[in-house]
Design a protein around this ligand. Structure first.
Ligand code: UAG
Length: 541
C-alpha cells in the first residue's frame, strides 16, 4: 500500500498535475479523502464539490479549522487546472487549495488512485473486495446482511454496507465498523470503506443500493458483479414523482459496470420489467416462495414451516450445472424472511458458492439486530422489533402469528411529543391481531406516560373474552413479568425499541438496551437453539 505522499503523488499523476506544484509542502499525513468538511481532520484531503443545496467551496475555512491542510476545489474551465492557492480564513488556519477541472466527474478515479495506487478503474477494483448490490423497496438490509453472514460462514470475511452502517462479518460474527449517513454512500465514502475493508481481509461486500443512490449515480464507477432485486412497493414518491420513475431508478442497477449476474423475485411483477431490460451478457436467476417454472434457474421454497424457533423449509436449487434440494432451518420470522433468505442463497449460488456449505451456514445465521430478532427459551419465544408505527406493528404481529402455537402477546407503548393520532390506531391493531396486550412506556419524552397510555387504550375497548390487557410503565419489568407468566408455544412481541439503546424519559436519555434485557432473560434458562421443534401448520398471511 503506498504511503501518504505516494498516494497524493498517484492522484496528481492521474490529474496530470506536476507534484512540484505543491511547492514541497508536507502532506505526508494525508491518508483519507472526504467530500464533507464536517468529517475532515489533519489526515484528510478535502474534495470540495457542488451539490443541490450548497457547495463544498463554502466550507474550506471550516475544513482548515479542523486541521485539514489540503483541499481540491472543483473549478470551471475559467480557472487554471492545477493552480495552487494558499488560503487563510478567519480562523487563521492555513489550507492549500488546488483547483481541478471537472473534479466531480473524476472523484471515483481519484479515490481509486489514492487508495490502490492504480489509475484505471478495472485494475483498482480488482484490488478491492467484490461487490453485490441489493436493491428493492423492502428487504435490502436483511438480504445484504444475510448474504454477508452466509458468505463469511462459507468463505472469507465479508461485509454489508447500508442503513445499518458498515458491518464486517467473520465466521458469522458481526462487528460494526462505522455508521453511514446515506444508505448508499457517495463514491468517495464507498471507495474509502472498500479500502478499509480490504485491509481487514474482507473479500466481498454486499451493498444496499437505494433508489436515490442509483438516480444520483453514486454507483456509476463501481464494478458490481451481482445485482439483487427484492420487490417494488410504494415509497419515495416525493423524490421520484411516480411509481414508474421510482421503478426505473431501481433498474439503473442493470447498467452497473460488469454486472454479470442478476437475481430477480419471481413473485414480484416488477421483475418482469427487469428481465426485459437485461443485457445479453447478463445471466438471470430467480427466487420464489413457489415452484419456479421449469425454464427458470434459481431457488424456491416448499413445505415451509413456521414455529416458535423460526423458519424451516425445503430449499430447492436449479442451476445450469446442478439441481439440489435440502431442508434448511433458521432463526428468522415471517414469509418475507423466507423470501429474503432465498434471495441471498440464490445470489451466492449464482456466484459459485457450494450448495452444501450454504445449507450448513443457514443454521448459524441471525436476524438483523432488533428487526424481528428472535430469542428462544424454555418458556415463550421473544421477538424484539423496531415497529413503532401502526402498519409496522400490524406487519410484525401478522408475521409473528404464523409462528405462534399458544398466545401471541404484544408489549408496546408510543412516543411522546410526536404524532399522537397513531396511538389509538396502534391500540386497534393490537386488539385485532394479539391475544394479550401489555402497555408500557416508549420514549415518552416530556409527556406524561399515563396520558399516552390512555390514548392507546381508546383503541382497546371491547376486547374478546380470550384477550387480556395489562399496564406496566416500567418497560423492563413489563417484559420480565410477561415472560415469567408465559408458556411454551407463546410468542411475546416487544415492539418499538429494536436496536436502540436508550429510553427518552423526561427529556433525558437513559441507558436501555432491550436486546440485552431479553437475551439475559431468555438465555438464563436455555441457550438459543436453531432447530425448529413443534411446528405450526399455518401458512404465511
Ligand atoms: C437529496 C439527496 O439525496 N442529497 C444527497 C446529496 O446532497 P446534495 O447534493 O444536496 O449536497 P449538498 O448538501 O448541496 O452539499 C454539497 C457538498 O457540500 C458538502 N458540505 C455540505 C455541508 C457542510 O457543512 N460541509 C460540506 O462539506 C457536502 O458534503 C457535499 O459534498 O449528496 C450528499 C453527498 O452524497 C448526500 O449525503 C445527500 O443525501 C442527503 C443527506 C439525504 O438525506 N439523502 C436521502 C434522500 C437519501 O439519499 N436517502 C437514500 C435512502 C432512501 C431509503 O431507501 O430510505 C440513501 O441512500 O441514503
Amino acid at each position: 500500500m503506498p504511503g501518504a505522499n505516494l498516494r497524493l503523488h498517484n492522484v496528481l499523476r492521474y490529474l496530470h498535475i506536476d507534484s512540484a506544484t505543491l511547492c514541497q509542502r508536507d502532506f505526508s499525513a494525508l491518508d483519507c479523502l472526504s467530500l464533507d468538511s464536517r468529517a475532515v481532520n489533519a489526515s484528510t484531503l478535502f474534495l470540495a464539490i457542488s451539490g443541490s443545496h450548497t457547495s463544498g467551496h463554502q466550507y474550506i475555512d471550516m475544513a482548515a479549522k479542523s486541521g485539514c491542510s489540503l483541499a481540491f476545489l472543483d473549478t470551471a474551465k475559467s480557472q487554471q487546472h492545477g493552480m495552487l492557492e494558499e488560503r487563510r480564513g478567519k480562523s487563521e488556519h492555513a489550507i492549500s487549495c488546488l483547483f481541478v477541472h471537472d473534479l466531480q466527474q473524476k472523484l471515483a478515479d481519484i479515490a481509486y488512485c489514492f487508495y490502490t495506487g492504480n489509475n484505471t478503474t478495472n485494475q483498482s477494483q480488482n484490488a478491492l473486495p467484490s461487490i453485490t448490490a441489493v436493491t428493492g423497496t423492502n428487504g435490502k438490509t436483511s438480504v445484504a446482511s444475510l448474504m454477508a453472514q452466509l458468505s463469511s460462514l462459507c468463505h472469507e470475511p465479508s461485509a454489508s454496507i447500508g442503513t445499518l452502517g458498515v458491518n464486517l462479518f467473520t465466521k458469522g460474527a458481526q462487528q460494526k465498523l462505522s455508521e453511514t449517513i446515506n444508505t448508499t454512500p457517495d463514491i468517495i465514502s464507498l471507495v474509502t470503506t472498500l479500502a478499509t475493508l480490504q485491509k481487514r481481509g474482507c473479500t466481498s461486500v454486499m451493498l444496499e443500493a437505494s433508489s436515490h443512490g442509483l438516480a444520483q449515480d453514486r454507483l456509476s464507477k463501481l464494478k458490481v458483479g451481482c445485482g439483487v432485486f427484492t420487490n417494488l412497493t410504494q415509497d419515495h414518491l416525493d423524490y421520484h414523482g411516480s411509481m414508474a420513475s421510482y421503478g426505473q431508478a431501481k433498474r439503473l442497477l442493470l447498467k452497473a459496470q460488469d454486472l454479470s449476474e442478476i437475481v430477480l423475485n419471481a413473485d414480484d411483477d416488477e421483475s418482469l420489467k427487469w428481465q426485459v431490460e437485461t443485457f445479453d451478457e447478463q445471466a438471470v436467476y430467480w427466487f420464489s416462495l413457489h415452484d419456479l417454472s421449469a425454464k427458470r434457474h434459481g431457488c424456491w421454497a416448499s413445505e415451509i414451516n413456521y414455529s416458535t424457533q423460526g423458519i424451516s423449509f425445503m430449499l430447492h436449487a436449479r442451476f445450469p450445472y446442478f439441481n439440489a434440494q435440502q431442508r434448511v432451518t433458521g432463526p428468522l420470522i415471517g414469509a418475507f424472511n423466507v423470501a429474503n433468505l432465498l434471495a441471498a442463497v440464490t445470489a451466492l449460488l449464482a456466484q459459485g458458492f457450494s450448495f452444501a456449505a450454504l445449507v450448513d451456514a443457514v443454521s448459524s445465521i441471525s436476524a438483523v439486530a432488533g428487526r424481528m430478532e428472535l430469542f428462544t427459551s424454555t418458556k415463550a419465544s421473544v421477538l424484539v422489533d423496531y415497529a413503532h408505527t401502526p402498519d409496522a406493528l400490524k406487519q410484525a404481529l401478522l408475521a409473528a402469528r404464523v409462528h405462534t402455537q399458544g398466545k401471541l402477546i404484544c408489549i408496546f407503548g408510543c412516543g411522546g411529543n410526536r404524532d399522537s393520532s397513531k396511538r389509538v390506531l396502534m391500540g386497534r391493531i393490537a386488539k385485532q391481531y394479539a391475544d394479550s396486550i401489555v402497555l408500557t412506556q416508549d420514549n415518552s419524552r416530556n409527556e406524561k406516560p399515563s396520558t399516552i397510555i390512555a390514548d392507546i387504550q381508546k383503541g382497546l375497548h371491547d376486547l374478546a373474552p380470550h384477550q387480556s390487557l395489562s399496564i406496566e410503565l416500567d418497560r423492563e419489568k413489563a417484559i420480565c413479568q410477561t415472560w415469567q407468566a408465559s408458556s411454551v408455544g407463546d410468542i411475546i412481541l416487544v415492539a418499538g425499541k429494536g436496536h436502540e439503546d436508550y429510553l427518552e424519559i423526561n427529556n433525558q436519555r437513559i441507558d436501555y438496551n432491550e436486546r440485552n434485557i431479553v437475551r439475559r432473560l431468555t438465555s438464563a434458562v436455555a441457550p438459543r437453539t436453531n432447530t425448529p421443534s413443534a411446528q405450526s401448520s399455518r401458512g404465511p398471511q
